[in-house]
Design a protein around this ligand. Structure first.
Ligand code: GDP
Length: 295
């Protein structure tokens, strides 16, 4: 991931570091290249503008220009600004002090929602007794997929027995089941659609009202770049998300979603999906991400 962006920035930085002393024009020329590289990485132009302005504001000072290693200072500033753009600190998954912890996974179909639900359950299984619940009732295949993934990962699963379409009924049953089986974290896998639509949001809102979740995690596919940011914006407007799971960061994602989601929505990215395997999930760490980009 980020390969193209990384390469472009590396070449800009090498040019800068090759110069003994930097003029304001050198910095401006470098920042024009940084700007272009970010736009090519599919980062929203407003985010790019504000990022480049912040970098410029810190670089065009005598302290940087007159320093012994101005090129390196510029690289350090770009790194710091990327970190601050993506969120300074790792924001952990919320575990309620009053169990059960309730979490809704939401997102478009194919984003990686079902996989991420099981990945998160598996991740916390050492310390907790999680239950994943199938609430994507429109596609029988989705229920089966969650069930199979959960079984493979030895995660407890609850799904409807008949062909009901009543999400609220299933959620109520799941809450009762969790109480009986002492599940202290309940993760609801919800319906996805190919596009954001009213029907989907309505169903998710009703489930939210019933469950009153501690976490509403939106799963977005990092490969979809700016589209992922748009999806995050509309889900956040309707549901007030508590976090984002950025999936498929192992692919050739250009970086747009990782760089812009936090800045655009103010919602923290909590997890990064880095592969199809059930263990392929990491806490999203802006510092580590920025290091990968800067090299
Ligand atoms: P859902 O429709 O949102 O529930 O999406 P799924 O969980 O079914 O995932 C869709 C596809 O993406 C599946 O083939 C997953 O194996 C794959 N997938 C999910 N997360 C990741 C990830 O982080 N990396 C990769 N490479 N594939 C992923």
């Amino acid at each position: 991931m980020f390969e193209a962006l990384k390469e472009r920035l590396e070449s800009v930085f090498n040019t800068l570091k090759g110069k003994g002393k930097l003029s304001e024009e050198d910095v401006n020329a470098a920042l024009r290249e940084v700007r272009r590289a970010l736009l090519e990485a599919d980062v929203d132009y407003k985010v790019v503008k504000s990022l480049v302005d912040s970098i410029r504001g810190r670089c065009i000072g005598q302290e940087v220009l007159d320093s012994i290693t101005p090129g390196q200072q510029v690289v350090a500033i770009v790194y710091e600004e990327l970190v601050s753009l993506m969120g300074e600190d790792v924001v952990p998954f919320i575990i309620s002090s009053k169990p059960p912890t309730l979490c809704m996974m939401v997102g478009l179909q194919g984003s990686g929602k079902t996989t991420s639900a099981v990945k998160i359950a598996k991740r916390i299984q050492n310390a907790h007794n999680p239950l994943v619940v199938a609430c994507d009732l429109r596609r029988p295949a989705a229920i089966e997929q969650l069930k199979v993934l959960a079984q493979q990962s030895k995660v407890a699963f609850y799904g409807p027995s008949g062909g009901t379409q009543d999400v609220i009924k299933v959620a109520k049953e799941a809450l009762a089941y969790a109480e009986d089986h002492l599940n202290d974290v309940i993760i609801f896998d919800t319906a996805g659609r190919l596009h954001v639509d009213e029907d989907l949001m309505e169903e998710l809102s009703r489930l939210k009202d019933l469950v009153n979740p501690h976490e509403i995690l939106l799963v977005v596919d990092a490969m979809t770049g700016q589209e992922a940011v748009k999806v995050a914006t509309s889900f956040h407007e309707k549901l007030s998300l508590t976090g984002v799971v950025l999936s498929k960061l192992d692919g050739d994602a250009r970086g747009g979603a990782a760089l812009a989601i936090r800045a655009t929505t103010q919602v923290p990215i909590k997890f990064a999906g880095v592969g199809e395997g059930i263990d392929a999930i990491e806490l999203f760490d802006a510092k580590r991400m920025a290091q990968r980009i800067i090299g």
